[in-house]
Design a protein. Structure first.
Length: 178
C-alpha cells in the first residue's frame, strides 16, 4: 500500500485551467514551481476513472504565477505573437526521455527535426524508434514542441493530438506550407 505524505506540505498542489485555442481546449497544469503538463484536446471517449479521481482530489481551479504565465504565453503563441516559451517546465519521465525532451525543447520555431536526427544528437543513431516513443510520451506538448519532430522522409508521423493538430501547428509556424 502506498504511503501517505507525512505532512500537508509534502503534497504538491497542482492548479489546472482550461485554455481555448484554435486546436481545441487544452488543460494546463502547474505547481508553484513549474508547468507539469499540457493536455491536448481529447479526441473521443470518457476520462479514465483514475484521472477523474485525481482531478477531484488534487487539482485546484485556482492559479499559480507559473500557470498564469504559461496561459499567457500559450495565448500569445496561438495569436502569432510568441515564438519561444520561457516558463519553467518539469516533465516527469525517464532519464532517456528527459534527454530527448531537452533536445526537442531546443528545436526553433518554424523548423523541424527528424527522429533519427535527435537519435544522432544523443550519440545513438540506432535509437530513432526509442526517440519516437520518448517524443510521444512528452507531457508538455507545444511548450516542449514535439510537433516539430517528423519522419526521416519528411512525413508527419504520429502526434498525440492527432495529425490534423500537428499539421495546424506546423502551418501556424510556417514550417509546413499549404
Amino acid at each position: 500500500m502506498p504511503s501517505r505524505p507525512q505532512h500537508q506540505e509534502d503534497v504538491v498542489r497542482i492548479a489546472e485551467r482550461p485554455l481555448k485555442t484554435p486546436i481545441g481546449t487544452l488543460q494546463v497544469g502547474a505547481s508553484e514551481e513549474a508547468v507539469l503538463y499540457v493536455e491536448l484536446p481529447r479526441r473521443r471517449g470518457a476520462e479514465p476513472r483514475f484521472e477523474r479521481w485525481l482531478h477531484d482530489h488534487l487539482l485546484s481551479r485556482g492559479e499559480t504565477p507559473v500557470l498564469r504565465a504559461a496561459l499567457t504565453q500559450l495565448r500569445e503563441y496561438f495569436a502569432g505573437k510568441r515564438r519561444t516559451f520561457d516558463v519553467p517546465v518539469e516533465p516527469v519521465g525517464t532519464a532517456f526521455q528527459q534527454r530527448v525532451w531537452k533536445i526537442v525543447a531546443a528545436i526553433p520555431f518554424g523548423e523541424t527535426v527528424a527522429y533519427g536526427g535527435i537519435a544522432e544528437q544523443l550519440g545513438s543513431p540506432e535509437k530513432a524508434r526509442a526517440v519516437g516513443a520518448a517524443v510521444g510520451a512528452n507531457p508538455i506538448p507545444i511548450i516542449i514542441p514535439c510537433h516539430r519532430v517528423i519522419g526521416a522522409d519528411g512525413s508527419l508521423v504520429g502526434y498525440g493530438g492527432g495529425l490534423r493538430t500537428k499539421i495546424w501547428l506546423l502551418r501556424h509556424e510556417q514550417a509546413l506550407l499549404a
